[in-house]
Design a protein around this ligand. Structure first.
Ligand SMILES: CC(C)(COP(=O)(O)OP(=O)(O)OC[C@H]1O[C@@H](n2cnc3c(N)ncnc32)[C@H](O)[C@@H]1OP(=O)(O)O)[C@@H](O)C(=O)NCCC(=O)NCCS
Length: 199
């Protein structure tokens, strides 16, 4: 059984992290979406596509990616989050988006998601976003429970979104004044750092 108390280090990702993030992203798709998406989707996932996606993202000056690492200096990436301006056509001014948040399955429910989330929304606040939204697969009850625990609300907007070559049902969540609800958690104490971090 994993200890629930661990030291985490949250830091901005660099281009050198892109391949490790891509690998975790791919593994997380299987862990999170098996049973929610047709099996053909998983057969069609390509590591190269994920790597390309992250190399493009790392070069986008409007986006910020954060990664979680074990505080003991282990190099493995435990999780990552990505934020930036909302991509929605109906977004009001100063609306940011939490574009991705994934934690390695073996580390679920140990506080890494919360630590990444808190730094991600604090980053959005620092960038001047007053509202933030995210899209989540309608059937992803684990992630929905997590976001609700983090203070987000289903804003009543649903869509069919083309992803992985199929239309997937998604719902939008929203939080106002991102970063304000952030409180120090026992999981992040002494490890997670705010958006001004330099390490
Ligand atoms: C969603 C995800 C990021 C949560 O990360 P995590 O590290 O497991 O979350 P935490 O341990 O920080 O959980 C914080 C709180 O969220 C809630 N929560 C997390 N997982 C939950 C679950 N499976 N069921 C109910 N509540 C949950 C709890 O309130 C939890 O606090 P507690 O453990 O003290 O009760 C993780 O499950 C994940 O990576 N899932 C796969 C990828 C994914 O679906 N990402 C979202 C895409 S939109």
């Amino acid at each position: 059984m994993h200890s629930r108390v661990m030291t985490l280090r949250i830091r901005p990702a660099t281009r050198a992290d892109a391949d490790a993030i891509a690998a975790l992203h791919l593994a997380s798709y299987r862990a999170a979406y098996e049973g929610l998406l047709p099996t053909e989707v998983f057969d069609g996932l390509r590591a190269e596509d994920r790597r390309r996606r992250w190399h493009v993202s790392m070069n986008d000056p409007q986006r910020r990616t954060l990664i979680a690492q074990a505080g003991d200096g282990a190099p493995a990436v435990i999780g990552f989050a990505e934020v930036g301006p909302s991509r929605d056509d109906d977004a009001e001014a100063r609306t940011g988006e939490l574009m991705a948040l994934h934690v390695m399955q073996s580390r679920w429910r140990q506080g890494s998601g919360r630590a990444l989330h808190d730094t991600a929304v604090a980053t959005l606040a620092t960038l001047g976003f007053q509202v933030a939204t995210l899209w989540v697969l309608t059937g992803n009850s684990r992630a929905r429970a997590f976001y609700e625990a983090m203070g987000w609300n289903d804003d009543g907007t649903a869509r069919e979104h083309l992803a992985w070559g199929i239309q997937v049902p998604e719902v939008r969540y929203r939080t106002v004044h991102p970063g304000h609800q952030v409180q120090e958690s026992p999981h992040s104490r002494g490890g997670a750092r705010g958006p001004g971090m330099t390490a």
